[in-house]
Design a protein around this ligand. Structure first.
Ligand code: GLP
Length: 233
């Protein structure tokens, strides 16, 4: 793992942007994208840049079960607002959280990943070390599946909803195995509440207790952290 320390989220967004910019010059086609507050500075860099994404494909990590693109808290809506409306891509994939047959949707999504190999996978990290919505206990080779969110994740994500009861309890998430198929991983983390997860991911054992520790088994991982998130390294 290459660890890049930055002053703050703004500087982190610039670093991640530089990696994408160089890779696009080198001819990549497909970005794996993430939601949450962490990648917002990266998406600002992308929208403010003169880069053209109209030949690029994007594949997002996850979506809440029960929310559709018109729901303001859905990840599809988040991506449209923060990136795609300003910078159109050739095609953008986000799991369909309103699919009638969620199992079929998971299979469809793994097929999408197989036919569009991800060149760079952007990742945030949950306070409990989750990536995508793969909570502790998820097998490290898991495929896309319907997952139950933990109490702590529901608590952490309630800030985006009017009340905690509105936070969905399930999501469709790319599996850890699906994520690790990407050629390069770029994980960003900012703030003291990510410090334990970052410490475990970098220095701890590879364990299902901390899903992000699986990144230790990937040959090309860049971790972009501010001082607070890196404070326990
Ligand atoms: C959610 C997302 C993750 C994200 C995490 C951290 O659970 N499914 O992809 O990494 O939140 O969010 P934030 O960046 O807001 O701290």
């Amino acid at each position: 793992m290459e660890i890049i320390r930055v002053k703050d989220a703004a500087a982190g967004g610039k670093k991640a942007f530089e990696i994408i910019q160089q890779a696009m010059k080198d001819g990549i086609h497909t970005l794996g994208l993430a939601t949450g507050s962490t990648p917002i500075t990266l998406y600002q860099e992308m929208t403010n840049s003169d880069l053209d994404f109209s030949n690029m494909t994007s594949i997002n990590l996850d979506e809440y079960v029960g929310l559709g693109g018109e729901d303001k808290q859905s990840y599809r809506y988040f991506m449209n607002e923060n990136l795609f409306n300003q910078k159109p891509f050739k095609e953008t994939f986000v799991p369909n959280g309103k699919a009638e047959d969620l199992q079929a949707e998971c299979q469809r999504y793994d097929d999408v990943i197989a036919t569009h190999p991800i060149d760079i996978q952007i990742l945030g990290i949950g306070r409990n070390g989750h990536i995508g919505f793969n909570e502790p206990g998820t097998p490290l080779d898991s495929k896309t599946s319907v997952v139950n969110l933990t109490e702590s994740t529901i608590e952490a994500n309630k800030r985006f909803f009017d009340k905690v009861e509105d936070v969905p309890t399930k999501a469709v998430s790319m599996g850890i195995g699906s994520i690790l198929q990407g050629k390069k991983m770029v994980l960003m983390a900012y703030g003291a509440d990510k410090a334990d997860a970052i410490k475990g991911m970098v220095d701890g054992p590879v364990t299902t207790d901390l899903p992000a520790s699986a990144l230790q088994n990937h040959p090309d991982v860049v971790v972009i952290v501010d001082d607070a998130a890196a404070s326990k390294l």
